[in-house]
Design a protein around this ligand. Sequence first.
Ligand code: NAD
Length: 503
Amino acid sequence: MTSINWQQRAKETDLGVRNFINGNYVDCQGDQTIVKQSPRDGSLLYEFLAGDDSEINLAVSCSREAFNDGRWSRQSVHQRKSVLYKLMALIEMHKEEFALYDCLDVGKPISNVLNDDIPTALLFLKSYIEGADKLLSPSASDGGSFAYQLRKPVGVVGAIIGWNFPLFMAIMKMAPALLMGNSVVLKPSEFSPLSACRLAALALEAGVPPGVFNVVNGVGATVGKQLAHHPDVDLLSFTGSSVTGKQMMLASGQSNMKRLMLECGGKSPYIVFDDCPHDLDYIASNIVYRAFHNQGEWCVAGTRLLIQESIKKRLLPKVLEQAEALKPQDPLDPVSTFGALIHEAHMNKVLGYIDSGKQQGAKLVLGGQRVNVNISDSTGQGYYVEPTIFDRVNAQQKIAQEEIFGPVLSVLTFKDEAEAISLANNSCYGLAAYAATENLGRAQRLSQGLNCGFLAIVGASKPTGGYVLEIAQNPHRQSGFGSEMGMSGLASYTATTATHLFT
Ligand code: NAD
């Protein structure tokens, strides 16, 4: 991998943004232009038209036609599985292309995309494929009657996604929806559109019939809104901010009461108890990973560090030391582990939160600045912000309450378990939580007491496994609702009919 000259590849790669409708690349429409600046150096990366209603209408009607004539929806689940296995192989074959797209669009390190994002996306895809035929209809008989639950596709699925993991999120929407027999219209984020369209072309190559998986680009306020309000979309699966998630609820209510799945924002706590004093180096590195991976631009970032008072003096210096070692670098450099923020306005929003932390009396103990990063093939300035840590944060301050979606960690302390749970739950969000404890009973109480859809416990030793893909995750509170992953993740994209046969 190190032998690849990524800067050169980036110059040679076509970054044209097109729609993919009914099995064909189609130019984007509209009278406004979206200008994409490169996160790594602020230069013009590409431009495309912002889209209009007609493209959504066309994509939805192609999806409906494809769904109704059964070219995909009435194939056997085994046929659909074999097509998605072929897609998996094609993604693997084109992984460097996808890595480049996501790196350039988001500003994330190329090695992270290749070694983490894409393998993880493929793992989830494989897990969904393997589960698809196992989602059997339960049946029951009682005397002379027999009943079964018929599980069938919902119809046309609209999918709207955010920008932080472009390929991964596109796969997390299209894979379960297609495996269950639905047709899909996907709207990627206008800030990271490159991967989705390529994915749709590869899906066609793998055997997904034309019209079954469509991609329409454009801005949320027009193209996204049209998809969310469309009366012929049966299910809307959304990943993005809670503010937009609420718009999805309105859209559903104002149109056809389409079913919703919402994966929204988070402000996840990382709780460290004083009962695991022997592994603080590992715990510190895990805290730094959870807070600053993907430049902190991930929904499940552990951005509130809650430390038991009695262990703070030993733990915090280790966290600071490890976070300080994380330096923003050119995302195209294979040694880079920390890249740029997605765009200038987002960077300014993150810097605004850093200012508010200072103004509201939190103590800045690391970072806090935009930094210049030397880019070998450019003199422009990208959108780099140092890993930033605030100590002595008050639970009411903005940096403790609001999702920053950038590299900012807030440190708070607690005395005992009850206070830890109360502080952790002092949030409108309920996405993920992390805790370091060796006490299994406590781990169980945390699972019961914390408002979160996903809880990771770091115990006495370093975890060796990766994800448990079979267990679905359901966000709580304003982080959304609906299941992703596992059997219930697949079931989310089905409708059921309880059928009784009276004999
Ligand atoms: P966003 O809400 O601004 O945009 C998400 C998508 O919605 C984009 O495609 C956008 O164009 C579209 N959109 C915006 N306004 C719309 C409207 N009125 N109607 C229809 N579509 C509209 O979010 P973002 O900034 O792209 O992504 C960051 C957010 O996503 C963060 O809050 C993050 O926590 C969240 N996120 C959640 C998960 C999860 O699994 N829970 C995963 C990744 C990101």
